[in-house]
Design a protein around this ligand. Structure first.
Ligand code: TRP
Length: 486
């Protein structure tokens, strides 16, 4: 049960949660990483594996997070604590909430730097600062943009300010209002860019690159990439989705909303591929990975095309919006925790968080210039933030949540909260108990480099392992529950 002193904010409209959560999920991961990974790892075959990963790992974990948020009606820390104490378990589990909140804050600290690239390129497009005739010029512009700490810092500060301005206004007046025009706006811009691509001459090649079924190039490495990306692209285990879930009205179906978000996120990723690659191919360029694709190849391609500057501006407006709707979700966990626990107003909480964020992100920004030599074990501060969050905190947090929901907590809590038909509930339970944890463990083991996983051609083995784990888990689970009881 939730013990509320004051009523918690809720989304105003039916689509408030879906738009906000989709805004969180759709980010640089969709527009830049996914299209490139798809081309690299075998087109249609990769898309298919990715969809399986979204269904087997992404959707069950997301449903669990939203259920935690709505049942606990609070920031990750408070929500997890309430849900575990309701089941009579140790409140030490709220450490999971702490980790999620910290994870969101850490991701944001380097994300604002990347979002700053997008904002600065929008400005360059507008002001004609991207004139150059070859790849070398583009590389020089990118390097120069990073080299000056005042320049790079200006743009990341701008992103921080915009984020805090929106979050400070509140759930309905800030977050919901901004995503309700930014998300549709983004989709319209993507459609226009796809239309532009159709006439650019490279559309057919882009379509083949993305969708032709090329099983030969789908390696186990590609499958692992799909699995890891399913986790990242849905913004899981970083406090964002859980906190947004805490504002979900009681009557909304968690299963249905989760599917809407997952489908919208995937569609935007595919659309981004269909917008970017025609422009790249029409100019005879190759689809490279890394920052080069968005910040070097694409600006160069736009320059060579009719009305290129106009569409280039459109592209970077779209990218900046995608980044902003993600960044507001990353900070919401922290802000809502401060508001609930420290007796301060949302505005004060937002600006206070903003100042700390600005300090940490400035340190991350300096990795590209003044602090180029400040490394620890071969990593810059920027890289450390990325590494710790994506390799450790997100998988660990996700694993903790599903195991908690699957084995430790009272099954009635989730039965009530999810409100699924019995067979769907059984499927969800099977997923969070066995399939999702196995998927997350696979990411983990591979990321840690403990073992080189090669399971591409060994599907029967993978299924056998899953069956074994299921059997052992079902035999042990009542005992497991008693042992883990706090
Ligand atoms: N999903 C975002 C993207 O695809 C990235 C992301 C990861 C994120 N974790 C997050 C966004 C937490 C918001 C909150 O780019």
């Amino acid at each position: 049960m939730t013990t509320e002193q004051q009523p918690r904010a809720q989304w105003l409209g039916r689509w408030g949660f879906v738009l906000a959560a989709t805004g969180s999920a759709v980010g640089l991961g969709n527009i830049w990483k996914f299209p490139y990974m798809t081309g690299e790892h075998g087109g249609g075959a990769f898309v298919l594996v990715y969809l399986v990963c979204i269904l087997a790992v992404g959707v069950p974990v997301m449903m669990t997070e939203i259920a935690f948020g709505r049942r606990g009606r609070g920031s990750p820390i408070d929500a997890v604590r309430r849900v575990v104490t309701e089941s009579g378990r140790s409140s030490a589990w709220s450490l999971l909430g702490w980790m999620a909140m910290l994870c969101g804050f850490m991701i944001l600290s380097f994300y604002v730097v990347v979002a700053g690239w997008s904002f600065s390129y929008l400005w360059k497009m507008l002001s004609g600062g991207l004139n150059g005739s070859g790849v070398d010029d583009m590389v020089a512009i990118f390097v120069a943009n990073n080299e000056n700490p005042f320049n790079l810092g200006f743009w990341s500060t701008l992103v921080t300010l915009a984020t805090m301005l929106i979050v400070g206004k509140g759930v309905q007046a800030g977050i919901e209002k901004s995503v309700s025009w930014m998300m549709p706006g983004m989709v319209v811009m993507l459609l226009i860019l796809i239309g532009y691509g159709v006439f650019s001459g490279g559309f057919g090649e882009a379509w083949r690159f993305l969708f032709s079924f090329n099983t030969g190039s789908l390696s186990s490495e590609g499958m692992l990439a799909a699995l890891g990306h399913a986790f990242f692209t849905l913004s899981l285990a970083s406090g964002a989705i859980l906190t947004y879930g805490s504002y979900l009205p009681a009557g909304a179906s968690i299963g249905r909303t989760t599917f809407s978000v997952a489908i919208a996120d995937t569609l935007v990723a595919l659309m981004a591929g269909l917008a970017i690659f025609p422009i790249i191919f029409a100019n005879g360029m190759s689809p490279e990975g890394g920052p080069g694709l968005l910040f070097m190849s694409l600006p160069l391609a736009f320059q060579a095309m009719p009305l290129g500057t106009l569409f280039g501006i459109l592209f970077f407006v779209m990218l900046s919006m995608a980044a902003l709707t993600s960044s507001i979700s990353m900070v919401e966990a922290t802000v809502s925790w401060l508001v609930d626990n420290k007796g301060i107003t949302r505005r004060t909480a937002a600006w206070g968080t903003g100042i700390v964020l600005w300090l940490v992100s400035t340190l991350a920004m300096l990795s590209f210039n003044l602090g180029a030599d400040w490394t620890l074990a071969g990593r810059h501060f920027f890289d450390w933030l990325d590494y710790l969050t994506s390799r450790w905190m997100m998988p660990l947090g996700g694993l903790g949540m599903v195991l908690l929901a699957g084995f430790v907590l009272k099954s009635e809590s989730f039965r009530e909260e999810l409100g699924l038909a019995p067979y769907w509930h059984a499927l969800w339970l099977f997923m969070v108990r066995y399939v999702s944890p196995l998927g997350i463990l696979v990411i983990f083991v591979d990321a840690l480099g403990i073992a080189r996983l090669e399971f591409g051609v060994h599907w029967p083995w993978l299924l056998a392992v899953l069956a074994l784990i299921t059997l052992v888990g079902e035999l042990l689970s009542p005992r497991l529950r008693r042992t883990l009881a706090g």
